[in-house]
Design a protein around this ligand. Structure first.
Ligand SMILES: *Cc1c(COP(=O)(O)O)cnc(C)c1O
Length: 389
């Protein structure tokens, strides 16, 4: 019997020529994954072990991105998450249980801190926030029940560089795991596993995506035990990354070296220009000679990113700082960073006890791919406009 057109909408006899090849990574979308026969049906999440079973655990597009991140970070395996913050929560939820204690740097990415304070605490996980300069001194903060030490280097907004190898050595001496938020280094400027890190994550949203149009994260581990723990938890959390987003990240990766190269040089040139301006007290760029953390950065990193804050002189009023950000023409105002567009965000930053208190004087810049001289012109014009000559 001839099939109805309604059935043909779904079961068609159309065949396209085989053998197509292109340079682009194909986007494999799918919830249902087909099995060859009834006996092969399986719901295991580890697609490397059992083959493809369900879209939630990854399609070839997701796994291609995971594989390429893993290769760059020199890990055992990578899990792609729907955002950088999703990678952070996956790590915590996979590795912690009620009664555990964790250590988090005081300058950590704010949602990481809030996850510990607002969510992990409800599940009986206790957090101590430690000064990012702690180094080997972390040993005095380790408790019987400490399970995980978080590092983020340089830290968000204030950019202190951590002595990760010293922290890892002290943690490992007590059997404690070390997780690193390696977003600033794009997974390439700091070799996490060579410096003792056990779990390396980054927000692919930033330099891997590179165009401010995608939210993705990654978690890379160096052994199969951690991979099993993280993978099994991700299955249950149900947090799958979209293959369409992964294909954008795969495209972003192809140009990442050139973008990073330009951004590093441009940001350093702009940082040097700003450091010489009388209106500015501090330029907190670890790649800048004489900046806090520069020596550790030089020891451990192979490059620097394009996001850094400037701190205006104490006499700068809040209204002046806001007028400066508003007056910039090439720098747009908005969160996130790592894209092609330069950004400026004013913070009202009051560090916790013992931390620097920059108040309203701190502005974070993200340097994009615009011409460096044009960006400096914009900054110079705006500094003159607000603070006069
Ligand atoms: C942006 C960022 C994240 C979170 O990434 P999202 O993809 O926006 O969730 C985590 N850590 C750091 C250091 C970041 O800058």
């Amino acid at each position: 019997m001839a099939k109805s057109w309604k059935t043909r909408l779904i079961h068609s006899d159309v065949r396209v020529p085989q053998g197509y090849r292109s340079l682009a990574s194909p986007v494999f979308r799918g919830s249902t994954t087909l099995f060859p026969d009834a006996a092969s049906v399986d719901d295991s999440w580890d697609q490397y072990e059992v083959g493809y079973t369900y879209g939630l655990y990854g399609t070839p597009t997701t796994l291609e991105l995971a594989g390429k991140i893993c290769e760059l970070e020199k890990g055992y395996r990578t899990i792609v998450t729907p955002g950088g913050q999703g990678a952070i929560s996956l790590i915590n939820l996979a590795l912690l249980k009620s009664g555990d204690h964790i250590l988090i740097p005081e300058n950590v990415y704010t949602p990481n801190r809030q996850l510990a304070r607002n969510v992990l605490r409800r599940f009986g996980v206790e957090t101590t926030f430690y000064p990012p300069e702690v180094g080997a001194g972390i040993k005095d903060l380790l408790r019987e029940n400490t399970r995980l030490v978080w590092c983020e280097s340089p830290g968000s907004i204030t950019m202190e560089v951590e002595d990760v190898p010293a922290i890892a050595e002290a943690a490992h001496a007590r059997g404690v795991l070390v997780a690193l938020d390696n977003t600033w280094a794009a997974g390439v400027y700091f070799d996490a596993f060579a410096h003792g890190v056990d779990i390396n994550m980054q927000a692919l949203t930033k330099y891997v995506g590179g165009h401010s149009d995608v939210l993705l994260g990654s978690v890379t581990v160096k052994d199969s035990k951690l991979y099993q723990q993280l993978g099994a938890t991700q299955q249950l959390l149900g947090s799958a990354a979209s293959p369409d987003d992964c294909s954008l990240a795969l495209r972003g990766m192809r140009t990442m070296a050139v973008r990073l190269h330009h951004i590093e040089a441009s940001a350093l040139q702009i940082a040097r220009y700003l450091a010489a301006r009388s209106e500015i007290d501090l330029v907190l760029h670890p790649g800048l000679e004489g900046s806090p953390g520069h020596e550790l950065w030089k020891r451990d990193f192979t490059g620097s990113a394009g996001v850094f804050p400037i701190v205006f002189k104490p006499q700068a009023t809040k209204a002046e700082v806001l007028a400066f950000v508003d007056g910039l023409e090439l720098f747009e105002i908005g969160y996130s960073w790592g894209g092609v567009t330069s950004l400026a965000v004013a913070y009202d930053f009051h560090g916790s006890k013992g931390r620097p208190d920059y108040g309203h004087r701190i502005v974070r810049l993200n340097i994009g791919l615009e011409d460096t001289a044009d960006l400096i012109d914009d900054l110079e014009r705006c500094l003159g406009q607000v603070w006069g000559k």
